[in-house]
Design a binder for this molecule. Structure first.
Ligand SMILES: [Zn+2]
Length: 542
């Protein structure tokens, strides 16, 4: 299979010049690297490099769950994976892993990385810090590269619950950062500092004395920031920063679930122009500097009663190509909303496309399945790999009905949730034949950091330490499998998600053994070396 796809490569794979470009800039690196005091070694990298890794605990996630000590990557793909690799002559970089744990590059099979890559200002992810002093330190480190007068922003994948203090920083605390700061959390409110307050108030935005922004002022604030600070160049910078940040956490493939369409700039955190928001990523792709892979879903929200019917979905299905692109950027199907009701589903099935909707409750998933059964009776869905994501409440009979149609579920979406036994029922799903994979859904309503999500699935605890999953937790091996090999089915690519001969050379060398550390340590896991198709996109081996 992979040899067929080999013909479908673009200039990223031509080996022409990526190495001469500044592949790893400093933006965002400070935020992560600065905290550990570690030095980022690689600022540019010949690409792709041939690599041999030795002396590691390499969790292959192959069908036998083999753990081996050595792996060889040549021309971007694994060419040997065993305990006894014979290293060919030639220009090969040798890395002694000294016993470190290696996993396949993580696949987040549904998040909102494209939204994150289009944030106004100098978006500074804070998903790896768990105390307010560490958050302030990360923002201060970031300020060194932000021009005077420009905003440091953290919009979306951040929450009050992630901090030990269970709140966002106050105006006074944020004043330690000598730039305007704007933090709009998925959960826990919105805050600015004195410099930010002055700027926003000059734009007519109401800001509380404590720096809090709420109600209609929130939309006005984000809209003002977007109007002032978004240009094609800043979007491209943000897209690169976002992809690099998550590469440092081991994510090598993102499947993006889209945004709510706004033709003009909007004040909604989940809103973007869905026809242009991919441009910054396409620009990185043209430059040959993508530090991770992107898979694109098209979100549609046509009203079922629209006249003429399916005003946006219809043209999409007629004029676009599913699964078109190359190994770095590729289109997928329709999601995470299909729009257009049963008629929309019928059109997608007739066109032979993939479809995904999300379910927030038992009633919602029940209705989604009923609609799909209606369509399935006319046009068999098996083979189209339709997906329902989140599925918080999901009894086994619904799993049976979805599985009978050849559908799969994406699960994750947990560390900020509250309540008891809030699902999804991971343990039930692991014992069920239905296809399942991992997604964070992070970017606007929750966080993307995979390790925080994994810690919740493994421990059953949200970020505040409350038990939310009852007896539905998974082993580390199961969690890692969901985010690697299991996600092959959801991106419809067999040559990612496991360390096997012939697959793309995507992996992460971790700073700790994610299979044995405590649940609390698990959430702080980082990658020391992230490789995507043989290219070193992050290196902090020390
Ligand atoms: Zn989503």
């Amino acid at each position: 299979m992979w040899k067929v796809r080999e013909a479908n490569v673009a200039k990223n794979d031509a080996g022409d010049g990526l190495g001469r470009r500044q592949f790893l800039g400093s933006a965002g690196a400070l935020a992560l690297g600065g905290l550990t005091g570690a030095k980022l070694l690689a600022q540019s990298q010949p690409a792709p490099v041939d690599l041999v890794l030795t002396n590691g605990k390499i969790h292959t996630m192959d069908s036998a769950n083999r753990v081996v000590s050595q792996a060889l990557i040549q021309n971007g793909r694994f060419t040997a994976v065993s305990n006894n690799v014979s290293v060919p002559r030639g220009n090969i970089r040798r890395i002694d892993l000294k016993g470190k744990t290696v996993i396949p590059g993580l696949i987040d099979a549904h998040n909102h990385i494209v939204l994150v890559g289009n944030r106004p200002g100098w978006h500074t992810p804070l998903e790896h810090v768990f105390t307010l002093p560490d958050a302030i330190a990360a923002l201060k480190a970031r300020s060194a590269e932000v021009p005077v007068g420009e905003f440091i922003t953290t919009c979306g994948p951040v929450s009050a619950m992630q901090f030990m203090e269970r709140r966002l920083p106050t105006l006074t605390e944020l004043d330690a950062v000598n730039r305007p700061v704007y933090i709009q959390a998925a959960q826990g409110g919105t805050r600015t500092n004195t410099q930010g307050k002055a700027w926003l108030e000059a734009k007519g935005v109401t800001v509380g004395a404590d720096g809090a922004i709420a109600g209609p002022a929130l939309t006005a604030a984000l809209l003002a920031l977007r109007k002032e600070f978004l240009t094609p160049e800043t979007r491209k910078r943000s897209a690169m920063d976002a992809l690099k940040y998550y590469a440092r956490l081991g994510i090598t493939t993102h499947r993006d679930g889209g945004a709510f369409h706004s033709e003009a700039l909007s004040g909604g955190l989940a809103n973007e122009n869905t026809y242009t928001m991919h441009n910054p990523f396409l620009a990185l792709h043209r430059d040959g500097t993508m530090p991770a892979r992107l898979r694109i879903e098209f979100l549609h929200q046509d009203s079922p009663t629209a006249n003429p019917p399916l005003p946006t979905l219809g043209p999409r299905l007629r004029n676009a190509f599913p699964f078109f692109g190359d190994e770095w950027i590729k289109t997928g199907g329709i999601g995470e909303f299909t729009g257009g009701g049963v008629e929309g589903l019928r059109a997608i099935a007739k066109a032979g496309w993939r479809a995904e909707d999300h379910a927030l409750s038992l009633a919602m998933v029940t209705n989604l399945i009923k609609d799909r059964e209606t369509v399935n009776a006319e046009i068999p869905l098996s083979g189209l790999r339709w997906i329902i994501s989140h599925v918080p409440e999901f009894p086994v009979d619904l799993a049976n009905r979805m599985n009978a149609m050849g559908m799969g579920v994406l699960v994750g979406w947990g560390p900020l949730r509250t309540g008891t036994n809030v699902g999804p029922p991971y343990r039930m799903l692991m014992g069920h034949p239905i296809k399942k994979g991992y997604h964070s859904d992070g970017g606007d309503i929750t966080i993307i950091n995979p390790w925080v999500n994994f810690a919740t699935i493994a421990s059953g605890k949200n970020l505040a330490g409350q038990q939310i999953l009852s007896d539905q937790t998974l082993t580390r091996q199961e969690v890692l499998w969901l985010a690697t090999a299991a996600n092959k089915w959801f991106i419809e690519e067999d040559d990612l998600g496991s360390i096997e001969i012939g697959n793309h050379g995507d992996l992460a060398v971790l700073d700790r053994d994610c299979f044995t550390v405590s649940d609390d340590d698990l959430k702080s896991t980082r990658s020391l070396l992230t490789v995507v198709g043989g290219r070193i996109v992050h290196e902090q081996l020390g």
